[in-house]
Ligand binder design. Structure first.
Ligand SMILES: NC(=O)c1ccc[n+]([C@@H]2O[C@H](COP(=O)([O-])OP(=O)(O)OC[C@H]3O[C@@H](n4cnc5c(N)ncnc54)[C@H](OP(=O)(O)O)[C@@H]3O)[C@@H](O)[C@H]2O)c1
Length: 339
């Protein structure tokens, strides 16, 4: 079989190299998954450039997100059969309950092996059934981006509901999933982008109002105007230090900012947190989610008939082109690799 490995490049970063190896044998309690598709996340660029916080420091199979079929299992596995369609969880061992830092020590494609391979083994507790209406290609987009959006909107503080306004920043994987889920829950969605074409696509997906953040640098003022001065009940904060100040100025009274991303880097933000006080607002750190959340999200996606938005598809041998495209940020939604 073939797989990719992230190898230190000697300059603080990594290169992804293809190699041939034996198909792994599942141990007790493990399943063998024939991977059919993987998807890329911004984190995978951070991993490759040596900037991710969840790197293990050694050779690791890249990418957290993949789906395929069960091709075998070890002793003691009773819940899966050959041919079952499954997606892998981002955290190998966060099954349910509160987060524990030990789960961070086994984050796929970072501190443990990921899925950019023809076959992988995985503990049976670390895969979930693919929703019936989705292909494995579509399901490969769910483990990180979709679950992060779900966790932010449905699992922490309170669940988004009809009448809420959700602000999504940009049109990458997390934000487009948040747009789809928020609309399905009956909320109003405001989404920002650097591209009018992408905003038009967001409108086709149901976005109620759009803001080009290049044309409107002070996009928080637009958010306030579009909400009659109230602001957004939920802010999907994927930007980090460069966007946090405007997100804080965009939040409604009693609203929630989900602190998710670092698209503008890792510098300490120079912002006043006072809007949190004056608005009785919350800021939640969100780090993907548990397997139990994944199950609840899949039920919601099935019930609402939500299909992931796949913008680009690459062959396994062209995985490096997929990385390059993600870096170029011309995509809307998700980029996938067919294995
Ligand atoms: N905490 C977690 O568990 C978690 C999970 C998933 C992702 N993340 C983080 O969340 C962020 C997004 O991840 P992703 O995989 O969805 O990324 P992605 O698909 O690569 O999204 C990139 C898009 O973000 C938008 N963007 C870039 N800079 C922006 C800015 N200054 N303001 C607003 N939008 C901006 C751009 O959209 P336009 O082209 O439309 O402008 C760009 O195309 C990353 O920092 C990632 O590391 C964190």
């Amino acid at each position: 079989m073939k797989r990719f490995l992230l190898r230190q490049d000697g300059n603080g970063g990594c290169e992804a190299v293809a190699e041939a190896c034996e198909i792994p044998t599942p141990g007790a309690g493990e399943v063998l998954v024939k991977i059919e598709a993987c998807s890329l996340n911004y984190r995978d660029l951070l991993m490759k450039s040596g900037l991710s916080a969840s790197g293990g420091g050694g050779d690791v199979v890249p990418l957290s997100d993949g789906a395929g079929v069960i091709a075998g299992f070890g002793e003691g596995v009773s819940e899966w059969e050959e041919g079952d369609r499954v997606a892998l969880t981002f955290f190998r061992d966060w099954e349910d309950g509160a987060f524990d830092m030990k789960y961070h020590q086994a984050a796929r494609g970072g501190s443990c092996d990921g899925v950019l391979a023809e076959f992988v083994t995985a503990p049976a507790h670390s895969v979930v059934q693919v929703p019936e209406q989705l292909t494995t290609l579509e399901a490969s987009t769910l483990p990180c981006a979709a679950l992060t959006a779900w966790h932010a909107l449905m699992e922490r503080s309170r669940s988004v509901q009809e009448g809420d306004t959700v602000l999504c920043l940009g049109t990458g994987g997390v934000s487009v999933f948040a747009l789809q889920m928020a609309k399905a829950a009956g909320a109003k969605v405001i989404i920002t982008s650097s591209s009018d074409d992408k905003l038009a696509r967001a409108g086709e997906l149901g976005a109620d109002q759009t803001i080009n953040y290049r044309e409107h640098e002070a996009w928080d003022k637009q958010v306030k105007e579009l909400t009659g001065g109230r602001g957004a009940d939920f802010v999907i904060e994927v930007g980090g230090p460069g966007t946090l100040e405007r997100s804080l100025k965009s939040v409604a009274a009693g609203g929630v900012i989900s602190q998710i991303g670092v698209l503008t880097g890792f510098d300490p933000p120079q912002v006043s947190l006072f809007p949190l006080v004056t608005h009785n607002a919350d800021i939640n750190g969100i780090y993907v989610g548990s397997r139990a959340m994944f199950g609840r999200m899949n039920a919601f996606l099935s019930g609402q008939g939500i299909r992931p938005v796949i913008d680009e598809e690459y062959r396994f041998d062209d995985a490096l082109k997929a990385y390059a495209s993600l870096e170029g940020a011309g995509h809307f939604g998700k980029i996938v690799v067919k294995v």
